[in-house]
Design a protein around this ligand. Structure first.
Ligand SMILES: [Zn+2]
Length: 527
């Protein structure tokens, strides 16, 4: 049986249309999922939508819709965008689906039956936009003295609250257990800056409890608590449980055992606390294992402000794709910023990246090579045994050989920049090889065996780099694969070969016919 790889995105809160930040989370997750698929592994890629809570209920009210009609409408732009971005997920879970509701209720009932929940009165503050509770320990003395307090996360005013709820214990022993897990599992939170952040939170006393329910009279739009009709499940607890509800908790034990624990939860750094503290505590209380890695990415900013709809500075990914194509956007966000850092989105930077890498290196090598194959060998791949080798070929051969391992190392540390650089270095070197070998001179001298040898080196480099580009820019890679003359798709779910094995065995057939087509990435000027 092949390795299995279970990767998730957060469930997006559908109170506003998706922006570049959402697109980035999804592209990163899809890239990792595709890399593992390409490596012959059995992959489950889960995404979805978070559809309960006060914020949705209020937005629905102002749109004069029922909450259900509102969310049915609001998930459309998300699903459309994932198609546009060539995001290939295996499951899209909605928290209003009955499979999820049943599972959440079973989880809450299990906690209740095991006396893990305590009923109490909660006094504190609540940030509606973040759906997050804050207690007096979260504010500075100066803030506590003021009548208007602001959310530490989004800086908007919080609402004072006093209400009854069911609590899960967080502090004391559970806190020590999580701190110990963090210290013994350096891969649990990536990158290290985020791990240190969680570690310092855990070194201070946490709030004693996490309130896992809300009174129905305040928050009507939620999953009813199975043990108390006056309460619904806190929207964060509801949403986090999707990671297990989607893979069979609690009824399908076999499926759950196959996929759980997840390999990677991809998240934005703004929801680190929920994923790295509350979620592990919840799993621990349920007697389930913790996910292997919580992978927190940075923010995309326009200027120096975090992008969000409410600030009116959101970049619409659909508009970027309409103008520059899906490959340009995927390539830019993965290549421009080292994973974990914040990125600044500008059209200038995107066009610069597009021209320097996609047009000059990738597009040029592809189109020049295929043009020469069309011209010199009537569009057919020359046979390897008719090719004259030269010591000059060694540099390309070495780059090709090193690629699978370089990629494996880079992807294991989520270093998309290093992975793409390695691929682009090989393509850039092949472009230089064309200049150095001057196949047009070799052709003019009728030195056919060497001409074939040069073309064969270029085609081999294209074959290997096209395969390795697929996780990053699948749309372009599939077109390149077809242009190289393969009838079968670049990737098939039934293929259990590793990437290195594929590179060794998926060779050109003698006389394989290429389909040159149009240039992939014509240079762009800023419009
Ligand atoms: Zn907030």
């Amino acid at each position: 049986m092949a390795n299995r790889f279970y990767i998730t995105t957060p469930l997006y809160y559908v109170n506003a249309p998706p922006h570049l930040g959402h697109a980035y989370t999804e592209i990163v997750s899809d890239c990792l999922a595709r890399y593992h698929r390409l490596n012959g592994e059995e992959v489950w890629f889960l995404t979805g939508s978070d559809e309960h809570g006060q914020k949705i209920a209020r937005a629905a009210e102002s749109a004069r819709l029922t909450p259900q009609a509102f969310v049915d409408q609001m998930i459309q732009p998300f699903q459309t965008l994932w198609r546009t971005l060539h995001v290939r997920y295996d499951d899209f879970i909605r928290t209003t689906e009955s499979r999820h509701i049943r599972s959440v209720q079973a989880a809450l009932q299990r906690l209740f039956d095991a006396h893990q929940l305590v009923k109490s009165i909660y006094t504190g503050w609540y940030c509606v936009p973040c759906e997050t509770y804050w207690t007096s320990t979260d504010f500075s003395a100066e803030q506590l003295a003021q009548s208007v307090k602001t959310c530490a996360n989004c800086q908007r005013p919080v609402e004072a609250l006093e209400e009854e709820g069911y609590d899960l214990r967080l502090g004391g022993e559970a806190q020590q257990w999580l701190l110990h897990h963090l210290d013994t599992h350096p891969e649990f939170i990536v990158p290290e800056t985020r791990r240190n952040e969680v570690r310092s939170l855990l070194e201070r006393p946490l709030p004693e409890v996490l309130c896992v329910t809300r009174p129905v009279r305040r928050v009507g739009w939620g999953i009813p608590a199975p043990f108390d009709a006056h309460h619904v499940v806190y929207v964060w607890v509801d949403a986090l449980l999707n990671y297990i509800s989607a893979v069979g908790f609690p009824d399908d034990q076999q499926r759950l055992a196959h996929w759980w624990p997840a390999d990677v939860h991809v998240i934005g750094k703004d929801i680190l606390r929920h994923h790295a503290i509350y979620w592990p505590m919840l799993l621990h209380a349920l007697g389930l294992e913790l996910p292997h890695t919580i992978l927190a990415h940075g923010w995309w900013t326009v200027g120096d402000v975090k992008m969000s709809k409410s600030r009116g500075n959101a970049v619409d990914p659909q508009a970027v794709v309409a103008e520059y194509g899906v490959d340009a956007l995927r390539y830019f966000v993965l290549r421009e910023v080292p994973f974990g850092h914040d990125g600044v989105f500008t059209e200038e930077a995107l066009v610069k990246r597009f021209n320097a890498d996609l047009a000059n290196d990738v597009g040029n090598l592809h189109f020049r090579t295929l043009t020469m194959v069309e011209k010199y060998t009537s569009g057919r791949i020359p046979s390897a045994h008719q090719c004259e080798r030269s010591p000059a070929d060694e540099v390309l051969a070495r780059l090709r050989q090193a690629l699978p391992q370089t990629l494996e190392r880079a992807m294991a540390r989520y270093d998309f920049v290093a992975a793409l650089e390695a691929i682009l270095v090989a393509m850039n070197r092949a472009n230089k090889f064309i200049e150095e070998q001057a196949p047009w001179t070799v052709a003019a001298a009728s030195h056919t065996a060497r001409l074939h040898g040069i073309l064969w080196q270029l085609l081999e480099t294209l074959r290997v780099t096209t395969l390795t580009l697929w996780p990053f820019i699948p749309h372009a890679a599939e077109r390149m694969w077809q242009a190289l003359g393969w009838a079968e798709p670049l990737w098939q779910a039934t293929d259990q070969r590793t990437l290195a094995q594929r590179i060794e065995t998926a060779m050109f057939h003698d006389g394989q016919r290429i389909q040159k087509g149009q240039p992939l990435f014509p240079r762009r000027e800023l419009t």
